[in-house]
Design a protein around this ligand. Structure first.
Ligand code: WTA
Length: 613
């Protein structure tokens, strides 16, 4: 079935096409147009593709589907992400540490590749017993903790699609994402499950596996102390992870060989409307791109230890806390409760203690660290480089870090949609990485310009967004433009090119804000504000903030009957509602009451006027 024609996203029953352990055959001989002049560096990608195991070789590096912009990478090939990240390392690296886990209480535990394999197979067994099939979505709402990684890997093992939602989001935001992705199964931290129940938002027909949030000591198999098995019986549809894990009978669960283009993940991000967008990513392209990105963009060698501080519900967490380090057979730090908001001594100690070689974090965390203390202490002798992604990197923070850590500091520009970096650079100016082809075009004319929108040529690269879950029309309409020569992917970021070809990113051109590296749409905040009684109109804009880059400033027009005396109350209520629906980073810096909002003749809010200080 051609990709773009599906009505329900990916209804394919992979299990029928690819029974476990059987020789693979392609689901259909696809309607593919070979590109006229290749928009990809075939030689480069063929070579890079050798970094992973293919159960069946691919026929073509990249093929546009019916002229594009949909495309398939490594078409005809069959592989499995979990096999590449775990099983294939066993002969040589079984005893090597895969995960270094640190819990909130300070307990630490190392998990070797052999142990990881056992845990992942056990998790796959659990999922299978709950009826999870290839193509099903499994939604995880867990903080960074070992069972979250086991579950992501187990999904990939079975061909199920993992949907990881940040545990920092509210119950309402989680419920919305459950509704949008229609998962077969939920895996939730105990605390989050309680919040869902309290607000009456737990979907009655979907089973929930509950993972306790106890420390590693209490966790045997990194399961949970919070399974409530002592006194309380699990509620309706609830299963305790620890108990399920204890019942595992050592049955081997093989990896299911999947077509390269089988979706491996669905990851929600903020778009320009109030509804989150589900970015769908493939299997083979993602594996190859991540493996290639390590030597080419991160300059890695052998035996690296990665510390990616991101939440696993964010793209950086997916790609560089979980998948890339494991695909390459490296070691990755799994620090529970160590989130991007709490840098400083604990991080430096972790780096020193575990001989971390690569630190990947957001500029905001480093700005905070700089304000907390002038020096990086203890000395970080193991560190080889620091990478920052997610928001603009200011020169002062970059220099502080270069001097303090004494290692190269790289700025990486990318997006949830791209899955891995698009541009990278040292010292301020960015350049396209690997086979990325970009240009800057004038917003109005679409012609090349020194300042304008950054666009990618022809495709998003392997492992880039394949479509938006359930909204394929929007995927084409919102992100792609054909300029007569080829498809251009619109990043929605304004960029400037200097005389030497170096690129600087100036910020989003659409209605999304970037708060401490977290993307939030103005519409999401406004929708939340409009639920507060007495609010007639709401406009959110991002205003500059020294630490977070941006913060929300909220403008409110109240209903006529609301007296000014109620404004203080409303401010408190607005903050609470927005934090609950959009997360902590959505908390408005200030709420300003106006008689009316500035609007165009067509009734659109002119945010430019509101953004003025
Ligand atoms: C912004 C994050 C400046 C940009 C990995 C982009 C950046 C959005 C940089 C994507 C950077 C990301 N310099 N701005 N190095 N990296 N951005 O999807 O506006 O959470 O479009 O992915 O963050 O945010 P997302």
């Amino acid at each position: 079935m051609p990709f773009a024609n599906r009505t329900d996203c990916f209804p394919l029953d992979w299990s029928a096409d690819f029974p476990a352990d059987s020789p693979v055959s392609s689901p259909s001989d696809l309607l593919l147009d070979p590109p006229a002049s290749s928009p990809v560096d075939e030689v480069f990608w063929r070579r890079e593709a050798q970094r992973i195991h293919w159960q069946r070789p691919f026929r073509q590096v990249m093929a546009l589907e019916q002229g594009g912009p949909h495309c398939r990478w490594f078409e005809g090939g069959a592989t499995n992400l979990c096999y590449n990240a775990v099983d294939r390392h066993l002969p040589l690296r079984g005893g090597q540490t895969a995960l270094i886990c640190c819990d909130r209480q300070g307990a630490e535990r190392r998990i070797s590749y052999a142990e990881l394999h056992r845990e992942v197979v056990a998790m796959a067994w659990i999922l299978q017993r709950q009826g999870v099939l290839a193509g099903d979505r499994v939604l995880l709402c867990l903080p960074v903790m070992p069972p979250a990684l086991f579950a992501m890997l187990a999904c990939a093992r079975l061909g199920a699609i993992h949907v990881v939602v940040s545990a920092q989001l509210s119950a309402a935001a989680l419920a919305e994402r459950i509704d949008l992705s229609q998962p077969r199964l939920l895996i939730l931290e105990d605390k989050i499950n309680r919040a869902l129940l309290q607000e009456g938002l737990a979907p009655p027909a979907v089973r929930r596996i509950i993972v306790g949030d106890g420390g590693l000591e209490a966790m045997r198999y990194a399961g949970g102390a919070g399974d409530r098995e002592a006194g309380e019986l699990p509620g309706d549809g609830e299963l305790g992870y620890r108990r399920l894990r204890a019942a595992y009978n050592n049955e081997p669960i093989p990896c299911r060989w999947l077509p390269a283009e089988a979706p491996s993940q669905l990851l929600f991000t903020s778009g320009t409307t109030g509804t989150p967008k589900g970015v769908v990513r493939d299997t083979g392209g993602y594996a190859v791109a991540l493996c290639a990105s390590l030597p080419h963009i991160f300059h890695t060698g052998e035996n690296e230890v990665f510390f990616t501080t991101a939440d696993i519900g964010w793209v950086t967490g997916h790609s560089y806390l979980v998948w890339a380090p494991l695909l390459a057979g490296f070691t990755t730090l799994v620090v529970t409760g160590g989130g991007t908001n709490t840098p400083g001594r604990r991080w430096w100690q972790l780096i020193a203690r575990h001989s971390v070689t690569r630190l990947l974090t957001v500029p905001g965390a480093m700005r905070l660290a700089r304000m907390q203390s002038e020096t990086l202490d203890p000395p970080l002798t193991s560190l080889r480089a620091v990478y920052l992604a997610g928001e603009p990197l200011d020169a002062k923070t970059r220099q502080w870090l270069e001097q303090g850590a004494g290692v190269p500091v790289y700025d990486h520009y990318w997006q949830t949609e791209s899955g891995w970096p698009i541009l990278a650079g040292q010292g301020g100016a960015l350049r396209p990485v690997m086979d990325r082809r970009v240009s800057i075009v004038d917003e109005q004319t679409g012609r090349p310009a020194a300042t304008g929108m950054l666009v990618l040529h022809d495709h998003l690269g392997p492992g880039g967004m394949q479509t938006l879950w359930g909204h394929d029309d929007e995927f084409v309409a919102r992100y792609w433009h054909h300029d007569g020569e080829g498809w251009r992917y619109l990043t929605q970021d304004r960029a400037r090119r200097d005389e030497h070809g170096g690129i600087t990113i100036q910020g989003r051109m659409d209605d999304t804000m970037n708060i401490g590296g977290k993307r939030l749409s103005t519409a999401e905040v406004e929708h939340a504000a409009l639920t507060v009684p007495g609010v007639a109109e709401a406009a959110a804009v991002g205003i500059a903030h020294p630490l977070l880059g941006q913060m929300v400033q909220l403008y409110i027009v109240t209903a006529p009957e609301v007296p000014a005396a109620r404004h203080a109350d409303m401010r408190r209520c607005l903050a609470a509602v927005i934090v609950a629906r959009c997360g902590r980073h959505g908390r408005p810096r200030s709420v300003i009451f106006l008689d009316s909002l500035p609007k165009t003749f067509s009734g659109k809010i002119i945010r430019r006027f509101l953004r003025r200080p």
